[in-house]
Design a protein around this ligand. Structure first.
Ligand SMILES: Cc1ncc(COP(=O)(O)O)c(C=O)c1O
Length: 411
């Protein structure tokens, strides 16, 4: 089938998710395909944060920890995220960054294995923070970090593995693991599993408990739209909580923080994953942002995500053939998250030229152009217009200027 812009207009008219776009504030002249990196701002957030500043902080002052619901926020927001990831309300807390939470759960998982098994198994090509944190956790718990290619993970799971630490959807390629199959195989050999859901939470239905996942962490600022540097979330399966000893034993993880005792005694619940005082304004922004998911059927959201990704790939085949671009994501949607990546030798400059036309994706070294599909606000015509602009930029060599080749600090 040959696609046209009209095909895409018709797809938008039939889109059951079209109305959710109004929940976001987006610049009128911009196409945003980078919600996999920093989600767009839900329209209700500024007013909620303003209220927190002018009333809860300015007027309520310290009383707001009790009176405005600040103190229970990490668990209250965790419970809202739990619904999106197939976990129970008391298994998820919001705190710190993804890197920090990853460190907590990896060390805790290694400690649960009591030094019996020597290996943390990880994926080569994972996001650097996952690799660096796993390396520290391995060193601190006397383990060896063993990294393998994604298609070698199942075979590498043997009885030497204490913990397997994987990102569900790869940040560069969008390749997605079969969470159930990997978790089952890990358990069959006695290993514990840590999933990084940075590129999954809010982008697809997830079933942490139906897959019997042990630990998970994820980002608040990507598909959850919580704002730049939004706090992260951490999941611990209820069955493990009594054994979990996370390394950052801060006062808010204590059984009774306000008893101010000298000895650390972990809280019985998911609270034990907390460390210090949460950044309340950022927590409040994230909580308000999650309202964008009210009434959203995550399967319908996934269906649209797949349709957008498939359309992008079909248009890549139709419009960009022979122009030096290669597809770097799986064609099979079952093996893909909510992004499609293209490789091109001049990828950096091409992305800069695209951004100069207000079409925003991003670049990952050495040559990857990344396009994220956020079904809550992306339209099918946005995919068409992005491919059309890419075609024009490549054909006209509009990217070939010193300005577009100059590297910025954040790519
Ligand atoms: C897989 C993955 N994990 C973690 C992070 C970020 O961690 P942090 O929020 O601690 O910077 C990212 C950021 O892009 C990521 O892609």
């Amino acid at each position: 089938m040959k696609f046209s812009r009209e095909t895409c207009v018709a797809l938008d008219l039939a889109d059951p998710m079209a109305a959710f776009r109004t929940r976001f504030t987006l610049p009128a002249d911009t196409l945003y395909l980078d919600g996999n990196s920093l989600g767009a701002m839900p329209a209700n957030v500024p007013q909620r944060v303003m209220q927190a500043m002018t009333q809860e902080w300015a007027q309520g002052l310290i009383r707001s920890w009790n009176d405005a619901g600040w103190y229970p926020a990490p668990l209250r927001i965790g419970a809202k995220i739990a619904k999106l990831i197939g976990a129970d309300a008391d298994e998820v807390a919001v705190a710190d960054s993804t890197s920090v939470n990853l460190f907590k759960v990896l060390v805790a998982a290694c400690r649960m294995q009591q030094g019996k098994r020597g290996v943390i198994l990880a994926e080569r090509g994972n996001f650097p923070t996952d690799v660096y944190i796993a390396s520290s956790a391995a060193e601190m718990t006397g383990r060896e970090l063993r990294s393998v290619e994604p298609d070698e993970v199942l075979a590498a799971l043997d009885d030497t593995v204490a913990v397997v630490s994987l990102t569900h959807v790869n940040y560069k390629t969008g390749q997605r693991y079969d969470m159930r199959a990997v978790t089952e195989r890990a358990h069959a050999v006695g290993a514990l599993v840590v999933w990084d859901l940075a590129h999954s939470a809010g982008a697809m239905p997830l079933g942490l408990n139906t897959c019997e996942v042990d630990f998970a962490v994820g980002c608040g600022y990507k598909y959850l739209n919580g704002g730049p540097g939004a706090p992260s979330f951490v999941f611990v399966a209820r069955r493990h909580l009594p054994q979990v000893q996370q390394p950052l034993t801060g006062w808010l993880g204590h059984a009774e923080p306000f008893a101010f005792t000298h000895e650390f005694m972990p809280h019985a619940g998911i609270e034990r994953m907390l460390a210090g005082t949460p950044p309340m304004l950022a927590m409040i922004a994230l909580e308000a942002a999650l309202e964008a998911f009210d009434g959203v059927d995550m399967q319908v959201l996934r269906d649209k995500s797949v349709a957008l990704g498939n359309l992008f790939i079909d248009l890549f085949d139709q419009e960009l053939a022979g122009m030096g671009c290669v597809l770097r994501s799986p064609r099979n949607a079952d093996e893909r998250g909510s992004q499609v990546s293209l490789g091109h030798a001049e990828g950096y400059a091409i992305m800069q030229a695209l951004i100069a036309r207000n079409i925003i994706g991003d670049f990952r070294a050495p040559d990857i152009l990344r396009f994220g599909f956020t079904p809550l606000y992306l339209r099918y015509i946005d995919v068409w217009d992005t491919i059309a602009a890419l075609k024009d930029i490549i054909a006209s060599r509009a990217w070939d200027t010193p300005e577009f080749k100059a590297k910025k600090s954040v790519t």
